[in-house]
Design a protein around this ligand. Structure first.
Ligand code: TPP
Ligand code: MG
Length: 575
């Protein structure tokens, strides 16, 4: 205590931890190193003093830590902290930052920087071999394509200000990761508490909505439409968007599709037509792209030159992508739920009796088509497969019978993703989640983070055998056990990388690879994935016989509902 000013001297690390709690960081998902000594010291100090600190979740691998933060934010909407070790830890977290950016999930990634003093000039100076080799010229470049903001904290004086700015930027739409780096000497710097600016009002900008005149234009287009469609991928990120899609589509008889879904809308909406939007794009006269990144593949599908396309999206320009070209006669930036509600209000006000009659007829046709789709899904699931080649449709249909509507499914099923969403009923939005990125290895960490955020919900990870390796399952299972986060992991073992084989066949349908049957896609045969789980005390089973599917699934689901993780290794139709 300084006798003259009556203020306390505190280290940057102390103030940073305080600042984190002030912006609502409940958790620090960590993989630590020498750079974090000042933070470890002040965590203990603050706990000793009874001051609040974020809860520390130690993860054996950064991939788990960063995806846990993602899973937590996907459920709560609140970005959390991820603390990793200098450049090397950042590199290991880069895959997850790609996924978080592409899924528009807020994450505050923090890393130390190697000390810059070498001879005790400041507390925290270089004192070990690694400090001399851990400072690349541009540490932030490891994740710069995937973050919305990055900064090296120059002094503790601005630690709290920097955190508030990071908070605002990661939570501003389109949401995404931010990255803060800190030298060890900065973290040990002692400051007078009175010098720290604190508690100014802060927060991300309010969500915007489209201009009323543009909304009216779109309502007029829908009034004249004979064959309108709507395509979404992450509409379920906001439950109100799912409701607004249902209301508008029912009113106007709009066929609703999910394309490369990331966060589902309700699949029980009256106009939900499944996943083959591409087959209906050419015949649509008015199309709505609502919260979607890739509605179809232009190499195979083309919109009619006479059709009218409107886009409603928090991020219509896809500003994180150098190239993005889908039609947009009208691009409406803003909150999709509110914008869709306004479109419906406008349409209701101008709807003619003929429009209402036509829309009602379309609605009846769509309902009949949906009934046929459900029957077709049941026919696909009726084939149970054979020994060592269980039909994924059957597997997922049986799993679906055991899940509650609120249970969360993390989909990393890759080439079996369509059977998954086709067979597992999902009446509630945001209950089957995939990352919008391409970085395999997400679902395990995301599942753990979701469980942390929603302990009352059952969490299921569905992952391919290839994806299982990318998840660093030892790290995932260790965190599940250490922090008591039970979840069900279903490993779809089709003997390798089905998607890699499919990609080769798509480009070279009659090529040399096909002739030779050499797709470079087979992985190590005979691996007992269940043993990996058993090493961590997790209930594990291997499923090879279609006749055993129902019992094995219900045993595993019960184990998880009783509070212990389970892994089910399923031999599905091989590649
Ligand atoms: C980090 C990362 N590395 C490589 C890839 C390329 N990749 C895409 S799909 C795939 C195969 C995945 O195999 P698996 O999980 O078994 O699913 P399957 O294709 O067999 O359904 C690979 C390697 C990727 N998406 N992400
Ligand atoms: Mg596979």
């Amino acid at each position: 205590m300084d006798a003259n000013t009556k203020t306390q001297t505190r280290s940057t690390a102390y103030l940073l931890l305080e600042g984190l709690t002030e912006i609502g960081i409940d958790y620090l998902f960590c993989n630590l190193g020498t750079d974090h000594a000042p933070l470890i010291e002040e965590l203990a100090n603050r706990r000793r003093l009874g001051a609040p600190v974020p809860k520390v979740i130690r993860c054996a691998h950064e991939n788990t830590a960063a995806h846990m933060a993602g899973g937590y934010a996907a459920v709560t909407g609140r970005g959390q902290g991820v603390l990793v070790h200098v450049d090397v830890g950042t590199a290991n977290a880069a895959n997850a930052m790609h996924n978080m950016l592409r899924t528009r999930i807020p994450v505050l990634l923090m890393a130390g920087k190697a000390p810059f003093t070498t001879a005790n000039e400041l507390v925290g100076t270089r004192d070990t071999y690694v400090h001399f080799i851990q400072e690349p010229f541009d540490q932030a470049s490891l994740v710069r394509p995937y973050v919305k903001w990055e900064w090296t904290l120059p002094s503790g004086v601005v630690a709290k200000e920097a955190l508030r700015r990071a908070y605002e930027i990661m939570h501003a739409e389109p949401q995404g990761p931010v990255y803060l780096m800190m030298h060890r000497e900065t973290l040990t710097q002692e400051l007078n508490e009175a010098d720290i600016r604190s508690h100014e009002p802060f927060g991300p900008p309010a969500r915007s909505v489209a201009d009323a005149r543009d909304v009216a234009t779109l309502a007029e287009k829908l009034l004249a439409a004979q064959n309108p469609i709507l395509i979404t991928a992450y509409g379920g990120r906001n439950p109100n968007t799912s409701k607004a899609i249902e209301a508008l589509s029912e009113f106007a008889g709009i066929a609703v599709y999910e394309a490369n879904p990331v966060s589902n809308i309700s699949h029980e909406g009256p106009c939900f037509m499944g996943y083959r939007a591409d087959e209906h794009v050419a015949s649509a006269d008015v199309g709505l792209l609502v919260d979607v990144d890739v509605p179809w593949f232009p190499s195979r599908t083309e919109a009619s030159p006479w059709s009218y396309w409107a886009q409603i999206d928090i991020d219509p320009l896809k500003t994180a992508s150098p190239m993005w070209s889908f039609p947009g006669h009208l691009r409406l930036q803003g909150d999709s739920a509110r914008t869709l509600e306004m479109v419906l209000e406008n349409l209701d006000a101008i709807a003619t009796p003929k429009f209402r009659q036509d829309a009602a007829a379309r609605l009846e046709r769509l309902k009949a088509l949906r009934t046929e789709q459900v029957a077709q899904a049941a026919r696909l699931a009726a084939d149970r497969g054979i020994l060592n080649a269980i039909n994924p449709h059957y597997l997922f249909a049986e799993l679906g019978k055991l899940l509650e509507p609120t249970d969360l499914v993390f989909d990393e099923a890759v080439s079996n993703a369509v059977p998954l969403v086709t067979q597992i009923p999902r009446p509630l939005p945001g209950t089957v989640l995939r990352v919008g990125g391409a970085g395999l290895g997400a679902s395990g960490g995301m599942a753990l983070g979701a469980k942390l955020a929603a302990p009352e919900r059952m969490i299921v990870q569905v992952v391919g055998d290839g994806g299982f390796y990318f998840n660093v399952p030892t790290s995932v299972f260790a965190a599940s056990r250490q922090y008591n986060l039970p979840f069900l992991s279903i490993v779809l073992d089709n003997s390798g990388w089905g998607a890699v084989k499919d990609a080769t066949l798509k480009v070279f349908p009659e090529g040399h690879a096909k002739d030779a049957g050499e797709f470079e896609a087979a992985l190590c045969a005979g691996v007992e994935f269940s043993k990996v789980a058993e090493a961590f005390g997790i209930h594990a089973e291997k499923l090879t016989d279609p006749a055993a599917v129902t019992d094995a699934l219900s045993r595993c689901v019960n184990v998880v509902r009783d509070g212990r993780s389970a892994l089910l290794h399923v031999r599905v139709t091989p590649i």
